[in-house]
Design a protein around this ligand. Structure first.
Ligand code: NAP
Ligand code: ZN
Length: 346
């Protein structure tokens, strides 16, 4: 079927209305009428060419919530009328050790990203800034009814990307967790770490969003533009989750870790970061990365968020405001996730 979509025609070009083809519903596929699609900074990195050449035109969007309108003959997991979500991946081999362990995002053959990837049929995947999408049912999540649809969309990327490292590195009671950058990922990290019972500190460029940070669940809030912050908090944290979309002074932040502490980078800047190994050696510290999360963990995260009444703080925008929203994200002027109302694309 041919559907309306917003696409970037070439690297760095503004997105514009177009149409794309969606495949026929196969035996294990579901057709989803999309209601909302979040705007992730990864969408902007991709269309701006920060991560290398892309198969333009690219329809971004990997924070998708919608309603199932058709299911293939073999689908048992989802039914017509269900509210469902799709995150950053739409396929993987399903057979390698990582897939079998529920880490499909680390599939040894490479997972298929929701957009700008090559699907199993050889076609280029196109994301959620469109009215419909056809996805293998195994990569489609159930969105709990108690969650608001627009506020749930960002959970499919920002939610799982922060939930996964917080769980893996044991954020919980008695743990001091810092979140660097209060944007889309950062505000989800604050809410989730707080719900997990950790003591949460926001490290933001300024104190402009301090009130918001405390309201979202942070116990402390510091400006990284103030050099005193790095002296005052030296050796403090068990875990630091860095969500910043640009290069930061890694060594300064590693100095904030306690002995055996870990700094996990989820932010994926275009530029390399520089690491002095003494920053690790001096406190038996670790520096790690983390990519989204597996399908089972994503469902666990959605259920956790429903249980704790956690959604994203969203600013819902019509599709024709996507380019303005991108500018505002790049200026760190987002509180705290733009979500496209896909009705405006119909
Ligand atoms: P975002 O909403 O733009 O948030 C990033 C935040 O970083 C900003 O709000 C800002 O927070 C801070 N920041 C931005 N530029 C900065 C700079 N030059 N110096 C210091 N701080 C700066 O972006 P997002 O959607 O949360 O995504 C964040 C990053 O995570 C992106 O690189 C994205 O591609 C990546 N990502 C990775 C994964 C993964 O699986 N690992 C998944 C999704 C996204 P303050 O104003 O509070 O300082
Ligand atoms: Zn994302």
């Amino acid at each position: 079927m041919r559907v309306n979509a917003y696409a970037a025609p070439a690297a760095g070009q503004p997105l514009a209305l177009t149409t794309i083809e969606r495949r026929d519903v196969g035996p294990n596929d579901v057709l989803i009428a999309i209601e909302y699609a979040g705007i992730c900074h990864s969408d902007i990195h991709t269309v701006n060419g920060d991560w290398g050449p892309q198969p333009f035109p690219v329809v971004p969007g990997h924070e998708i919530v919608g309603i199932v309108t058709e299911t293939g003959s073999a689908v048992t997991r989802h039914r017509v009328g269900d509210r469902v979500g799709v995150g950053c991946m739409v396929n993987s081999c399903g057979e390698c050790a990582n897939c079998l362990a529920g880490d499909e995002q680390y599939c040894v053959k490479g997972m298929v990203p929701t957009y700008a990837g090559t699907d199993r049929d050889g076609t280029t995947t196109q994301g959620g800034y469109s009215t419909h999408v056809v996805v293998d049912a195994d990569y489609v999540l159930s969105v709990p009814e108690s969650l608001d649809a627009a506020a749930a969309a960002p959970l499919l990327c920002a939610g799982i990307t922060t939930y996964a490292p917080l769980r893996r590195w044991g954020a919980g009671p008695g743990k001091k967790v810092a979140v660097v950058g209060l944007g889309g990922l950062g505000h989800m990290a604050v809410k989730i770490a707080h719900a997990l019972g950790a003591e949460v500190t926001v490290l933001s460029q300024s104190l402009k969003k301090r009130e918001d940070g405390l309201r979202l669940g942070a116990d402390h809030y510091h400006a990284t533009s103030d050099p005193d912050t790095f002296e005052q908090l030296a050796g403090r944290f068990d875990l630091i989750v860095n969500t910043v979309s640009a290069a930061i002074d890694l060594n300064a932040y590693l100095g904030l870790l306690a002995v055996d502490g870990t700094l996990v980078n989820v932010g994926a800047p275009a530029e390399p970061l520089s690491l002095h190994v003494m920053s690790l050696i001096g406190g038996r510290r670790s520096f790690a990365g983390s990519l989204i999360g597996g399908i089972a963990l994503t469902q666990e995260m959605l259920d956790f968020c429903a249980e704790h009444n956690i959604g994203a703080e969203v600013e819902v925008v019509p599709a024709d405001k996507v380019n303005e929203a991108y500018e505002r994200v790049l200026a760190s002027d987002v509180r705290y996730r733009f979500v496209i109302d896909i009705k405006t694309l119909a």
